[in-house]
Design a protein around this ligand. Structure first.
Ligand SMILES: [Zn+2]
Length: 91
C-alpha cells in the first residue's frame, strides 16, 4: 500500500481561491493565481492528514468549517500583495 498524506490547507485554499480573488477585483490569470496560492500557503499553518481517499472528504469538510475565515483572510491579503507586483507579462 502506498503512503497517503495530504495538506488539507491546500485543498481549502484552492476551493476558495476563485471567489476570493474575483471579489478582490484583481487579475485572475494563471500566473497571478499561482503567486496568490504560493503566498497564501506560506503564510498559513499546513494541516497534514494521513488518510485514505474515502475518509478524506469528511476530514476536509470539518476542517474547512473551522478554518475558512482564516483562509479567506489570507487569500485576500495575498491577492493585494500580488496585485502590487504582478508577475504576468514579465515572462
Ligand atoms: Zn495576472
Amino acid at each position: 500500500m502506498a503512503m497517503e498524506y495530504r495538506n488539507l490547507m491546500e485543498d481549502i485554499v484552492l476551493q476558495n481561491l476563485d471567489s476570493v480573488m474575483a471579489a478582490g477585483g484583481g487579475c485572475t490569470c494563471d500566473a497571478c493565481k499561482s503567486d496568490v496560492v504560493a503566498y497564501t500557503l506560506n503564510h498559513l499553518t499546513p494541516h497534514y492528514v494521513a488518510t485514505r481517499q474515502g475518509r478524506l472528504m469528511v476530514k476536509l469538510q470539518s476542517y474547512e468549517l473551522q478554518s475558512r475565515a482564516d483562509v479567506v483572510a489570507a487569500i485576500s491579503e495575498a491577492a493585494v500583495m500580488v496585485a502590487k507586483a504582478p508577475r504576468h507579462g514579465r515572462e
